[in-house]
Every structure is written in structure tokens, then in C-alpha cells.
Design a protein around this ligand. Structure first.
Ligand code: C2E
Ligand code: CA
Ligand code: CA
Length: 454
């Protein structure tokens, strides 16, 4: 190589070095450079700790609240323009010495160097949010955005750039949960919570392999005859250390992580097997029914219908003995809900709207979809005396169900007074602690044998 090329080579090297540490789209520092700057800031906290001990910095983690919607509706070019415009706006909020980076997607981070107090970081977060409220004009489209921001402050002791970034991310996530378009300050409680959640998720994955799930059955009673006509299958988790975990604790997480799919399939198969076994052991006219809950994720599976038919074939259970409980959110949020409901109806499977009365006010879906039954949410029945206003809601829903020729189940029946009143209203079915709590298959079998009447 001749000497004359050296400046050129230097230029190229510099270019490559620059590219390795910057985001191509916005020209901002990238994750690698940001972590680098964070590491330096952490070093400074150690250096200045004693004796004056007052060097403080903060990390902001910013995520746009509905970037995907903008990207999907207006296209990637506009999406890119928006990200560049955001980078510009962020820069106007910064002080010299602060670092803004783009981590990727719609995630930005800010290192606020040498602040006086935590409130400085909050103020800057507020200023950013204020700045973002002005509309963006992108290729003729007026676009409004909001952002959720997580804040973490430098602490004494052991912190790594990665752990600080993770904590800022956790706080950002909290801001989203609290309703978006706001900021949240990280605290150790959040960390404990995040770690506990992660642990639960790990345990949950393992629980599937180790088959730690169990089904409890709660009887559903005909209020005409006072006899058990079926059971609702309610999943339980036998955790090796924590004992029996209730679904309220793990179903939301299972739903979020997609683990609900294998768990739900197992529940459906197991419950159908069990009901088929009971039907053969205790022949009744009409045969006992099994109700199984299906969540939004489960219902969204493209092969749901095949899965269910397969399970019915495998277990030999008559489709008419299976009732699926879905919430109003399934009907509203799953795009293919109508088609799926009609397919299920064609198979002779019964469909019940669970937690009725807590969801959407629009009732128009009721006569458009093939729904057989309503299950009024237990909050309307629980602790409700017949003179209560809440009881008027029960009355109204029973009437609604009757007018639509649907069955109606009241959940959360705990005392005799409620039962008597439900009978007066001619509500068809009841379920609740008054009859029995959910019990394991052995106890449920004994209950069928005992053939109680209420
Ligand atoms: P859900 O479908 O509304 O189930 C009824 C819940 O009410 C059950 O809680 C049951 O134990 C409780 N319950 C019944 N009678 C009474 C009563 O008289 N008083 C009171 N206070 N409570 C009563 P559980 O078993 O804790 O289940 C909670 C929720 O978890 C269920 O609400 C359901 O949404 C979900 N879940 C349970 N098993 C499954 C499952 O296999 N798949 C899916 N996707 N969700 C499930
Ligand atoms: Ca249910
Ligand atoms: Ca319910």
C-alpha cells in the first residue's frame, strides 16, 4: 500500500468505528455505545463516593405506546420518519453531557449525567412527555404519540450497565401497566416482583413437563331438580414448594407467555376423559356435562376446532356433553370468533358466556352468535342479599337469558337465601360453595355417588 492511501484508510476506519457504535437510522449512539457510557458513569460513582459522595446519574428507558399501530397503518417509511423526528425532539430536551441512544425498534434510552436529585430525572421525563404531545407532521400525516418512560437512579454498590438497563426497562413496563403515557421510577420492590414473576414463569414451564397440574371439579346444580347436572373443570397447580397454587395466580402469566396453550389442551383432554369415565360409571338421563374454560389465546389458535374434535374422538365423549366457557373479551378480541363459534355449534358443542355482566356493554353479539348459556359473574351474586340493588342485575340478566331462550347459571351461590331467590327467578343452574367448593376427582366421584339434592 502506498503512503498516499493512509488518510483514506484512516477515514474508512473511522467510518467503520462510527458505524459500529451508532444507529443507522437516527445517527444516535446504539446499545453498545450506551452501555459503554453507562460503564463510565458507574466508574465515576465509585471514584466520587468518598468523601464528598455526591455524584448521581439516571437512566431513562423510553418506549412509544403505539408505534406498531402507526407502522402498520401508515407504513415503514412513515414509521422511520417518526423515529428520526423523535430523536430530534429528545435532543431538544437534553443538557450537554447527556447521552441519548436508540436501542432498536421504538426503544430509546437516555443517560442523565451528574444530576442533583431524583426529581431532576422526573422533570426531564415530564419535559420529554410534554415535548411529545405536539403532533408530528410526517409526509402529510398528522401523527400523535405518547411514550412510557422508566427511570432508574444510580446507586452505590454493585451495579452493571446491563442491570441498570434491565431495571429501567422493568420500570418502563410498570409505566405501561399503570396506563401508559407516564413515567415510573424503579424501586427494589419492582425488582423483587420482576424476579418473582420470572421465577414463576420458569416454574410454570417446568410444571408442564413434570405434569404438576391437577383438575378440580365444582358441581353445577339444576335449580329445578336440585340435582348435580355437571361440573366445571378448574385447573390447579401442585407446586413442589408452594403447594396448591390457584389459577388466579398463574393463568394471567400463562396467558401472557403462551403457556396457556399446552396447559389448556391438557385440561380439556383430562376433563373430557374424566367426564366420559363418570358417564360410564354413573349413567344418567340426560348425561352429566363438563364445562371447560377457554381463554383468549386458546380461542385464537387457528387449529382450535380440529384440536377439540380430536380430543372428543380420543376420549369418546359426546360433543353434547361438552360446554365451553368463554368470556366476552374472547368474542370481542378474537377476529375469527364468529366463524369459530358457528363451527363449534355445528359440532354440537355448547357455548356459554362466562363472567357475564363484567365486560362490554354492547349486547348485540348475543343474538348474532350461537350462544347457549350465560353465566352471570359471581360478583353479582356473592354477598348479595335479595334486597340489594345488585340483585336487580341478577334479575335483569335472568330475564334477558329467558327472552333469548338461553340457559342461565348463577355462580358464587353461598347461602340458602340466594338459592331460594334464584329459584323464584327461575334461574336454571347454580354453582357455588353452598353446593360444594371445587374438589378433586375422587371427592367429585363420591359426590356423584351420594346423589345429593338441594
Ligand atoms: P371462573 O371461570 O369464573 O371460575 C369460577 C371461580 O369461582 C373458581 O375460582 C371457583 O373456585 C370460584 N367460586 C365458585 N363458587 C364460589 C363461591 O361460592 N364463592 C366464591 N367466593 N368463589 C367461588 P378458581 O378455581 O380460583 O378459578 C379462577 C379463574 O381461573 C376461573 O374463573 C377461570 O377464569 C380461570 N381458570 C380456572 N381454570 C382454568 C382453565 O383450565 N383454563 C382457563 N383458561 N382458565 C381457567
Ligand atoms: Ca368459568
Ligand atoms: Ca365465572
Amino acid at each position: 500500500m502506498c503512503l498516499r492511501d493512509i488518510p483514506k484508510r484512516k477515514q474508512l476506519e473511522e467510518q467503520l468505528l462510527h458505524d459500529a457504535f451508532h444507529d443507522q437510522l437516527t445517527g444516535l449512539p446504539n446499545r453498545a455505545l450506551f452501555l459503554n457510557r453507562l460503564a463510565q458513569a458507574i466508574q465515576r460513582t465509585k471514584r466520587y463516593r468518598e468523601p464528598s459522595g455526591s455524584y448521581l446519574f439516571a437512566v431513562l428507558f423510553l418506549d412509544l405506546d403505539r408505534f406498531k399501530v402507526i407502522n402498520d397503518s401508515l407504513g415503514h417509511t412513515v414509521g422511520d420518519q417518526l423515529l428520526m423526528a423523535i430523536a430530534d425532539r429528545l435532543e431538544t430536551c437534553m443538557r450537554p453531557g447527556d447521552t441519548i441512544a436508540r436501542l432498536g425498534g421504538d426503544e430509546f434510552t437516555v443517560l442523565l449525567d451528574d444530576i442533583k436529585a431524583a426529581s431532576d430525572a422526573a422533570q426531564i421525563a415530564e419535559r420529554i412527555q410534554q415535548e411529545l404531545t405536539l403532533p408530528f407532521n410526517l409526509s402529510g400525516h398528522e401523527v400523535f404519540v405518547t411514550a412510557s418512560i422508566g427511570i432508574v437512579l444510580s446507586v452505590e454498590g454493585e451495579a452493571t450497565p446491563e442491570s441498570l438497563l434491565r431495571n429501567a426497562d422493568t420500570a418502563m413496563y410498570r409505566a405501561k401497566i399503570l396506563g401508559k403515557a407516564r413515567y415510573a421510577l424503579f424501586d427494589t420492590e419492582m425488582h423483587t416482583h420482576a424476579v418473582a414473576l420470572l421465577q414463576l414463569e420458569t416454574d410454570l414451564r417446568r410444571a408442564i413437563e413434570r405434569q404438576e397440574f391437577q383438575i378440580y371439579y365444582q358441581p353445577i346444580v339444576s335449580l329445578e331438580t336440585g340435582r348435580i347436572v355437571g361440573f366445571e373443570a378448574l385447573v390447579r397447580w401442585q407446586h413442589p414448594q408452594r403447594g396448591l397454587v390457584s389459577p388466579g395466580e398463574f393463568i394471567p402469566l400463562a396467558e401472557e407467555t403462551g403457556l396457556i396453550i399446552p396447559i389448556g389442551q391438557w385440561v380439556l383432554r383430562e376433563a373430557c376423559y374424566q367426564m366420559r369415565a363418570w358417564q360410564m360409571q354413573f349413567p344418567r338421563v340426560p348425561p352429566l356435562l363438563i364445562s371447560v374454560n377457554l381463554s383468549v389465546k386458546q380461542f385464537s389458535q387457528p387449529d382450535l376446532i380440529e384440536q377439540i374434535s380430536q380430543i372428543l374422538r380420543e376420549t369418546g365423549l359426546d360433543a353434547r356433553s361438552l360446554k365451553l366457557e368463554i368470556t366476552e373479551s374472547v368474542i370481542m378480541e378474537v377476529e375469527s370468533a364468529a366463524a369459530k363459534l358457528f363451527q363449534l355449534q355445528a359440532l354440537d358443542i355448547q357455548l356459554c358466556v362466562d363472567d357475564f355482566g363484567t365486560g362490554y356493554s354492547s349486547l348485540s353479539y348475543l343474538h348474532r352468535f350461537p350462544i347457549n348459556a350465560l353465566k352471570i359473574d359471581r360478583s353479582f351474586v356473592l354477598n348479595t342479599g335479595v334486597k340489594d340493588e345488585k340483585w336487580e342485575i341478577v334479575r335483569a340478566i335472568v330475564t334477558l337469558a329467558q327472552n333469548l331462550s338461553m340457559d342461565m347459571t348463577a355462580e358464587g351461590v353461598e347461602v340458602m337465601e340466594q338459592l331460594a331467590q334464584l329459584k323464584v327467578l327461575k334461574c336454571k343452574h347454580g354453582q357455588g360453595y353452598l353446593f360444594s367448593k371445587p374438589v378433586n376427582s375422587e371427592v367429585a366421584g363420591a359426590l356423584i355417588t351420594a346423589h345429593p339434592q338441594w
